[in-house]
Design a protein around this ligand. Structure first.
Ligand SMILES: NC(=O)c1ccc[n+]([C@@H]2O[C@H](COP(=O)([O-])OP(=O)(O)OC[C@H]3O[C@@H](n4cnc5c(N)ncnc54)[C@H](O)[C@@H]3O)[C@@H](O)[C@H]2O)c1
Ligand SMILES: O=P(O)(O)OC[C@@H](O)[C@@H](O)[C@H](O)[C@H](O)CO
Length: 524
């Protein structure tokens, strides 16, 4: 059976789904859109869409208008042919899989062809939320050298009517809304940035202020953005790997056909189904400006800003994502293709356990709504070792240059504040591991291809003088001063020598990455 609206009744007999009138909900959503979502990738299809669909039980009778501005192939290959239906398969640690059919994606729009419709949605006074699941780099206006991207420069000069970067497009849409009705709105960032709402707000305001200087907008528009638009901070957590063939086979065995994954030209790995773990945490600051959606009833923590920031610090900067990045970098270097297999490796398991308990946890403030030690224990003992999760170090290594500053930089800053930065050993080991990874040669001397990263070419240039078998690492001094990448200037704060020491050890020859990890763990 194909995944299509024509088969809805049959599909409903095979998998879990909410009992509601899909046609009516979609029709209402097209006439009166209340939630627009930018970014149509895996976490959105598998998690966010499901949570919003769950709110239907509590009175939110709208679906979602999905907009893709970056990788439109996703819409052509994964949305349109399947009537915008999505299958979310969760995989628990004992191998119990559960499948939910998600039907609330009312329309799937592409910037290139649907700009008028996107404008229309922003003009709707009842629009409550515009959400973003667009990866960390989706918010970046500058390249690694700190210069504005050419399209951003052009957006600044040509103004709102010619906006091309998603952040400028969003600002331009807000201008339309301001001009037509001045109705408030909530912009909800659901990406892995620390204080992601603040980041979104400052980016939108930077664009708007530049437009003001260039005569495209007035001061009242800036006040509107500051006072009438909400930018809640959020924390989102549900490990969602790329689609795996084993899940496709599982669904085929349950009678659902023709759901193969694609890898788009822009390197998005996506399928009509999404596979993810059962654990999930979504925490949102209560700052909804044009009416709220009953998210709390659907299991979302809706709370104050301080609590969100504490939970976010716990997950993103200490108890989950730094461990992920450590496993990503060393997994690629040690030839691993699976996170759960890495957790069976005594050295890597010990490494992430010590990063979590010894270097991360001591600087975490308890957010109260989720207990940090219990969260870390669940990550280390249940979530990462889950043998049914098809997660890979290669996925997590994607865009590492954009993530290091948040995942390690925030913790380092806390140690700097306490004047205790020399207590850190394993975080510098991971930073050295990442630089070693940039050589694209694994610990056995075989070449491998780095995961995509917007800075790959610049970074390759910066490590071009490093050679396996040669312990001179002086050429990376300037990279270590880059606080955009590391969150801090490692030379200034006194961690650079440790990173260089580990890197030199890792460059000795075959097997020296493993030896360096073992030696660092023994010293700790
Ligand atoms: N996958 C997870 O486990 C997970 C868990 C928690 C949070 N997140 C957050 O969600 C983000 C997306 O993860 P995913 O697994 O859905 O990734 P994905 O690759 O499946 O989808 C990424 C989406 O972002 C869009 N995008 C990428 N670069 C963009 C750009 N420069 N401008 C505009 N849009 C852009 C893509 O077109 C696509 O719609 C992550 O980067 C992270 O911040 C992911
Ligand atoms: O999604 P990214 O690219 O920011 O990071 C890769 C993973 O660390 C991340 O997706 C985790 O799986 C997620 O943050 C868990 O909630």
């Amino acid at each position: 059976m194909k995944l299509s609206l024509a088969n809805l009744n049959e599909l409903r007999k095979k998998v879990q789904c909410l009992d509601y009138d899909v046609e009516k909900l979609r029709k209402n959503s097209l006439q009166d859109p209340q939630w627009v979502a930018f970014g149509s990738g895996n976490i959105f299809r598998g998690y966010i869409a499901r949570v919003i669909e769950d709110t239907i039980k509590y009175g939110f009778d709208r679906g979602i208008s999905v907009v893709e501005t970056f990788d439109e192939e996703i819409i052509d290959k994964i949305y349109t042919p399947y009537d915008n239906l999505s299958l979310s398969v969760t995989l628990d640690k004992d191998g119990d899989f559960s499948t939910r059919l998600i039907c609330n994606l009312a329309e799937a729009l592409k910037l290139s062809t649907d700009k008028k419709r996107i404008e229309e949605i922003f003009l709707n006074k009842n629009l409550k939320v515009a959400s973003f699941t667009i990866t960390e780099k989706g918010y970046s206006l500058k390249n690694g050298a700190g210069e504005y991207f050419p399209n951003v420069k052009s957006d600044f000069e040509k103004g709102p009517d010619f906006a091309s970067h998603l952040m400028s497009i969003t600002t331009a849409m807000l201008l339309k809304r301001y001009t037509s009705s001045k109705t408030p709105l909530t912009l909800l960032s659901l990406d892995n940035h620390s204080k992601n709402g603040d980041k979104l707000k400052s980016t939108i305001l930077l664009i708007a202020n530049t437009w003001k200087e260039n005569g495209f907008v007035d001061a009242d528009f800036i006040s509107y953005l500051e006072n009438d638009i909400g930018y809640p901070n959020t924390m989102i957590d549900k490990i969602t790997p790329r689609p795996a063939d084993v899940i496709e086979k599982y669904l085929n065995e349950h009678g659902i056909e023709d759901i193969g994954h694609v890898v788009t030209g822009k390197n998005t790995f996506i399928a009509p189904y999404v596979n993810s773990e059962t654990a999930e945490y979504l925490v949102i600051e209560d700052d909804f400006r044009n009416g709220s959606v009953p998210l709390a009833k659907a299991g979302v923590y809706v709370t104050d800003r301080k609590t969100v920031d504490k939970v976010d610090t716990m997950k993103l900067t200490t108890c989950l994502n730094p461990l992920h990045t450590a496993l990503a970098v060393f997994g690629c270097l040690l030839g691993y293709k699976s996170i759960s297999a890495e957790m069976k490796d005594e050295d890597l398991n010990k490494l992430v356990t010590k990063i979590g308990y010894d270097e991360g946890l001591p600087v975490v403030v308890d957010p109260k709504i989720i207990e940090p030690k219990a969260f870390l224990k669940e990550v280390l003992e249940i979530r990462l070792p889950n043998p049914y999760m098809p997660d890979t170090p290669q996925r997590i290594a994607t865009d590492t240059s954009q993530k290091l500053s948040v995942r390690f930089g925030e913790t380092i800053k806390k140690y700097v504040e306490k004047n205790e930065v020399q207590k850190l050993d394993l975080i510098p080991l991971v930073q050295a591991g990442w630089i070693r990874y940039l050589l694209e040669i694994d610990d056995e001397g075989n070449s491998f291809e780095m995961s995509p990263d917007p800075l790959n070419e610049t970074l390759k240039e910066q490590v071009k003088n490093l050679k396996i078998g040669q312990e001179d690492v002086s050429s990376i001094e300037s990279l270590l001063t880059n606080s955009t990448i590391f969150g801090v200037n490692l030379v200034e704060i006194g961690l650079a020598d440790k990173v260089k020491k580990y890197l030199a050890q890792m460059l000795k020859g075959s097997g020296s990455v493993r030896k360096t990890i073992k030696a660092a763990l023994e010293e700790k």
